[in-house]
Design a protein around this ligand. Sequence first.
Ligand code: DOR
Length: 443
Amino acid sequence: MSSPTSLLIRRPTIVLPNGELTIGDVLIRDRTIVEVGTNISPTTSTQEIDAQGLTLLPGVIDPQVHFREPGLEHKEDLFTASCACAKGGVTSFLEMPNTRPLTITQQALDDKLQRAENKCLVNYGFFIGATEENLPDLLTANPTPGIKVFMGSMHGPLLVDNQEALEAIFSQGKRLIAVHAEDRTRIEQRRQEFANIHNPAIHSQIQDNQAALIATKRALNLSQKYQRRLHILHMSTAEEAELLRSDKPSWVTAEVTPQHLLLNTGAYETIGSWAQMNPPLRSPHDNEVLWQALLDGVIDFIATDHAPHTLEEKAKEYPNTPSGMPGVETSLALMLTAAMEGRCTLAQVVNWMSTAVAKSYGIANKGAIASGYDADLVLVDLNTYRPVLRQELLTKCGWSPFEGWNLTGWAVMTIVGGQIVYEKGRVNTEVRGQALQFSNQLL
Ligand code: DOR
């Protein structure tokens, strides 16, 4: 695979910014899309890609992942995770601060950015984590998509559920606050109630819908009180979706994961503790209400919450099993398969997985196929179905909750900054992404 300065993608079906589909050509020079048209003439140095029969989408921007570096590299690292991204059509990601050390200072943020510059094949951004003590860091950290607040489902300094501390974080500064909304008190009470049960299915009852609803209400109240930009991470329940449907301030956004749309508590029977995540999987009714909220724009976009743990860790007995599942390799194919089944349109998938994410986080020049936009693209095949196979996975954890699922829309080629980073099963490990910049930190 080469990295020419000029690429011409010939005759794919292109999902245009207005959602329409057209067959045309896309010319890329250096890092940028310079022309979208028909019968574009190549120059002698242009590499031509015959994309007839394939579909060209803006690269996926995954706004919530846990890539484990530094400190937890036995599960994943920025190189393996970004290879998995390239294979999955994910060209940019926003990563969470629960690494070791925690990303709670500028120094820790700079360290991650440095590591990513050295080894990340796709574009990257890193959240700064809130503690009860690092308000000065939260006010000045740069560049970051925002402040991550774990209101529950976390131990140690990253758990912030004290009202005074939350008021301080919401009232000072203006940048986006992204919350993991689960209520610590309720979870702790219920953990005691169900203490002797070792079936992982109990996880969804311990961290139940109410636990999520209580915390989401609390975050919304704080956001309304201080008119503070709020993003609700991995919304999982019908109750939260209905709450947001009834009253969603213009400065609030929400996301959902493919697993909360496509898996439910029935998954414990087939994949056991692999199905354990936070917030937990819910009922088929929750799946349906979340889908409808996404279709209606109550939920704005999709994130994977890629949270890899080793097979050995996942094989422990509940509650010693860690929560989380990998996702970046399967998210696009899962959503495109849903589109092919008629659950949504291709244009909606593009909006939820790229355009709306770029807009919400103020990532300039990404999320659309148009002249002047960054050449972060994914060419997918919507004509064939292939199963999710463990031996093909690039995530270091080496498993997927979707193994055996027969999906379409797999990436055939992924392009980051005008360079081919993935093509037909092969990753070009020479390619490097860039640090993302975020402009809409303010209301
Ligand atoms: O299931 C989860 N796992 N949810 C989280 O919020 C954290 C994540 C992890 O880091 O493993």
